[in-house]
Write a protein that binds this ligand. Sequence first.
Ligand SMILES: [Ca+2]
Length: 514
Amino acid sequence: MALNTHFGYCAARQSHWLERLALPLHTLRTLLALTFGLMLAGGVKAASNVPPRAATDRPNLIVVLLDDAGYGDFSITGNPTIRTPNLERLSQEGLRFSQFYCATAACTASRYSLLTGRNASRSGLGQWVIPPSYARYLHPNEITIADGLRERGYRTAIFGKWHLGTPNAANGFNTNAFPLAHGFDKYCGLNASADYPDVTLYEGPSATPNFAGIYHIIDTNVRSNEILQSTFTHRFTDEAIKFMHENRENPFFIYLAYTLPHLPLYPNSEFAGKSLRGTYGDIVEELDASLGRVVEALKQEGLATNTLVVFTSDNGPWILWRKDKGERLNVGDSGPFRDGKGSGWEGGVRVPGIFWWPGMIAPGTAVSQPASTLDVLPTIFRLAGEPLPKDRTVDGRDISPLLAPKIFPGKVPEFTFFYTDAGNKVSGVRKGAWKLHTKIYTQIADNYGYTNVTFNHPLLFQVEQDFGERFNLSAEEPAKVKELQDAISTFKKQTAAEGTFWQGNKGSKPSTDE
Ligand SMILES: [Ca+2]
């Protein structure tokens, strides 16, 4: 295990071969070090422009997830002063969804849905953001992207923010709360957002564990450590580039869940003071530069044609900030959409959706059909040859026919998207071009003058023509209201009947043995 951890998958495989020669341990170690040193010095580098396998054979997946970035925080989506040239290039070389959704409007629930392909109401977590002291966590019976891809021989890593539970006193320091129990081979990052007083920086597996028997605590003093926080984007990018190099010969999944631009903002000295947009712009421009580093490293390794990169955000922008901290401008922008993070209006869930896979996705592809982060798991499972689990509902769709229709034929089901509130309960639906709010909630205003919105007195918007949700058409379109109410009723009945794993549902989980 220590060898595997230290040298990576390829070296571990070599150690098995060497062990069969029954050589003394010190000789094995010397041979192993020499072999791996030669790989680093010559073999890997010399082969760096030769793809390790066919492009369609288990493509690598890198999900770059920002935290709280709004739809309008990028030059590509119309921001006039934040420069994001690397994101522009990613889009020019790949595909942009112009109607892309994160699964819900807050951290924990959105990440649950991204990693499982399932609506937040199935999580059993009770609330859409959980603190480090919360007893529940991502249930061990859930099947994540990492679980499924590891079944197909991928190596898997998460660098950045987990926010799906913490081993703590309330759950008996249960290690099922943390990433290594959910299909990830490697973890370096925060357990929750950097503004919690008890947020901690971990890594694992560790040869010198000091937490829960397998993890190493790097720093418990994250919240007040502005210098440490200013290094996070660089650190997680370095980790991702190292991981892709170590795993060049085998498929890998990197979940690069940056902790920013979630507040508070402490820009790296290299970027501080550079953006016309001020501190918030400095932060986003470093994230963009880091995306550029990741893509450049993929090209250097010869892995571009073997790798699908997905870029998005976990929820809309945090528009309000504590006014007494002199940081009122350090907040994001939802572009043309109403409201932001923590609201059921479109600004809570509309985010950039850029997909990049040279040789498979045609450069400059623009897709106007809606899609969401729920669709990532079914899509990569198809590409990797991993069947979807049959003992639970997966809400996302395989959208590979939208990415490369000539290569991946098939019909993508109509976009039916159920909004969820702070209690992970359904609060609305979008079906086709229509959106029904059955409950409204807002971060910044009084719900724009609307009051007493309920299931029986909902709001209806045609969000392709009226993406700012200004014209309530519920009175003019009673048949559409009824259709969407029925869709919500059916969905609620189904989710209630299926239940959650926390309610004692049985579910199979794939073996994690290699
Ligand atoms: Ca967030």
